[in-house]
Design a protein around this ligand. Structure first.
Ligand code: 5HY
Length: 243
């Protein structure tokens, strides 16, 4: 049995449940999913400030996951907050849902579109496209212009806006695939793939399968070079628990 920790970096437990549901839906029979979120932090991640706060919570959870013997980790926020810092702290693989979804899209189509929440977070997705080398694979980025937690308000409005934007992206972008740009959209991908007749990719499920594959291949995060364990130094104050 292997244990994969799926971290919702925001503190909204309803979204952690949504993310855990998507992860469990694709987990292999021998995989147990541990869906977690930080004990403190930000209820939704909608900009650079939120990402900085969330990254500390990610590191806290990585450390806890290691102590629980998890075989790998998923960072289930489309900004992949704290990804490289988390890799320094982890021995198993650490996969962000944005990188997982983007990699998956490039294996299925020559160009993909992204549908996310607020317009102000589009720049974060653009930075990740550049960082991961996918700028030329992404045909367009769309925002439904609703806050992240609208996905958890039970009205269905955000889900319908995601659906409409995906239909528009298929019609206008010339993309062969669509990436859902929020952990809270994770459970929408299957139905949208069926309805639209093209791959609509959720990064949570993609990341879970990538972690499973890397673990099955016997790989963990490289500890040679810049992702080696953090240099030992006395962390103080609010960061003592990360020592
Ligand atoms: O950037 C976004 O819009 C989505 C991102 N924010 C969040 O709280 N979880 C996420 O996946």
């Amino acid at each position: 049995m292997s244990l994969i920790q799926v971290i919702n970096p925001n503190t909204s437990l309803a979204m952690t449940e949504t993310i855990g549901q998507a992860a469990r839906a694709v987990a292999a029979p021998g995989t147990e999913i541990l869906a977690v979120s930080p004990s403190q932090g930000v209820p939704s991640i909608e900009g650079h400030f939120d990402e900085a706060i969330a990254a500390i919570g990610v590191l806290e959870q990585i450390k806890l996951g290691r102590a629980q013997g998890v075989s790998g980790h998923v960072i289930a926020c489309f900004g992949d907050p704290g990804l490289l810092a988390a890799r320094e702290l982890a021995s198993g693989p650490v996969i962000g849902i944005a990188e997982a979804a983007m990699h998956t899209a490039t294996l299925l189509a020559t160009r993909f579109s992204i549908v996310t929440t607020l317009p102000r977070t589009l720049v974060i997705a653009r930075h990740l496209l550049q960082q991961y080398g996918f700028t030329h694979h992404c045909a367009a980025l769309h925002a439904i212009d609703l806050p992240v937690l609208a996905l958890e308000d039970g009205s269905g409005l955000a889900q319908e806006k995601v659906r409409q934007r995906c239909i528009q992206a298929k019609r206008e972008d010339g993309s062969g695939a669509i990436v859902l740009g929020c952990g809270g959209m994770a459970t929408l991908a299957g139905e949208l793939t069926q309805e639209l007749g093209l791959p609509v990719i959720d990064g949570v499920s993609a990341a879970v399968k990538m972690v499973e594959s890397l673990v099955a291949l016997g790989f963990g995060t490289s500890k040679h070079g810049d992702l080696a364990w953090p240099l030992q130094k006395p962390l103080s104050g609010a960061f003592q628990h990360l020592n």
